[in-house]
Design a protein around this ligand. Structure first.
Ligand SMILES: *Cc1c(COP(=O)(O)O)cnc(C)c1O
Length: 381
């Protein structure tokens, strides 16, 4: 098979003239940061998922940090998350001085296994941070039931799943707080950006405080004068700009069509890869509809003559931008030095060893999909 002329990445933003115009008009407006467009973007995201409040942050990682602050995670606390995720899902616990505890995945969905969550709960457990890995919602009913029983806060890392459905409901109101990322490879983009949605007013107030230095106007101002403000806790500068929010508002108009296209591509891959021996296609629960941030296959090393590394390199040599998601978080040197041992989540580790992410993004054509499949069939045979 011939090499593609252009490199096909695993994910890519889709920007049109409407998006560009939206950013340009904000540049001409009086507000470059924290103007009216921030509130408009927060409302667009909250309304879309049916949540009461949205709080925009400079990126998804900062948003997760804010959620851990609002949840009250402290130095003596533990929070449970999955190892099969981007490091930020666990790092946010560390930012608050807490301990990240890893629960293994479910063999079928690759999402965190509620049974293992229960096993890992101690008297120090404060929160659960499930991740909707690849865009397929985590087992939220079971997770919320466990949280209720043990009085835990649930922060859903939905960086992959804006637009996904769980039992007929949009992801965004299933947990106490839900995080969406707006990095360019994510469902819609603000270049960098994150939003926490919640129905809880107390969390909402804390998130706003944390995002902007811990500074607030207090009742005191009336007495002191209109210039007066108070810093009541140690916050950060985690604000999003109006330029980014303008891009986000414009992108939100296209979210449904983006998700629809991702679903078409996934269905096409399913159909074309179904009978390729040694290649496992992603399992989907009947009561969820993935947002298909990633399309990740499993390479069965017993059936294939080549290693994952060989397949990866040969695909890349054909200009097909395959990737691997994710190296188990606690394998990273930082976590290894904290004392996490390899082997603590064997299913996630085994899954990682066999995983290969194929390109999927709204601008991909059916011909691009055919190229990927043709290359894969050539390479694995
Ligand atoms: C992208 C991502 C994040 C972090 O989002 P940023 O906006 O890049 O900071 C967190 N968790 C998961 C699972 C992600 O994929």
């Amino acid at each position: 098979m011939e090499k593609r002329n252009d490199f096909l990445p695993y994910g890519h933003q889709f920007i049109d003239d409407e998006d560009i115009q939206a950013v340009v008009s904000t540049l001409r407006s009086p507000f470059l940061t924290t103007g009216p467009t921030i509130a408009e973007f927060e409302k667009a995201v909250a309304d879309y998922v049916g949540a009461k409040y949205g709080v925009a942050f400079s990126n998804g990682t900062a948003a997760l940090h804010g959620a851990c602050y609002a949840a009250g995670i402290g130095e003596s606390d533990e929070a449970i998350t999955t190892p099969l995720t981007f490091a930020a899902s666990a790092n946010c616990i560390r930012y608050m001085g807490g301990t990240a505890v890893f629960a293994d995945i479910d063999n079928k969905t690759y999402n965190i296994d509620p049974i293992d969550i229960e096993r890992k709960i101690t008297t120090k457990t404060k929160a659960i941070i499930p991740v909707d890995f690849t865009g397929q919602p985590a087992d939220m009913d079971a997770i919320m039931e466990i949280a209720k029983k043990h009085n835990l806060v649930v922060i859903e890392d939905s960086a992959h799943s804006l637009g996904a459905d769980y039992k007929g409901k949009k992801v965004g109101t299933l947990a106490d707080m839900t995080m969406f990322s707006f990095h360019p490879v994510k469902p819609v983009t603000t270049a960098e950006g994150g939003v926490i949605v919640t129905n809880n007013e107390e969390y909402y107030e804390k998130l706003k405080l944390f995002r902007s230095h811990g500074i607030t106007q207090t009742a005191y101002a009336e007495e002191q004068g209109a210039w007066y403000y108070e810093m009541v806790d140690l916050g950060y500068n985690y604000r999003m700009t109006d330029l980014q929010a303008a891009l986000g508002v414009s992108q939100m108009h296209k979210l449904e069509s983006f998700i629809e296209r991702r679903r078409e591509i996934a269905a096409l891959y399913d159909e074309l890869l179904n009978d390729v021996s040694g290649v496992g296609i992603p399992f989907q629960l009947e009561n969820t509809k993935s947002g298909w941030h990633l399309y990740s296959i499993q390479l069965d090393s017993d059936e294939l003559s080549k290693s994952r590394k060989e397949i990866f390199e040969e695909m890349r040599a054909l200009n097909i931008g395959v990737h691997v998601h994710y190296i188990p978080v606690y394998w990273h040197p930082y976590y290894q030095e904290l004392g996490y041992e390899k082997g603590i989540c064997p299913k996630a580790e085994e899954w990682y060893e066999q995983a290969l992410t194929l390109p999927i993004f709204p601008g991909m054509t059916d011909n691009d999909v055919a190229d990927v499949v043709k290359a894969l069939k050539t390479v694995v045979n």
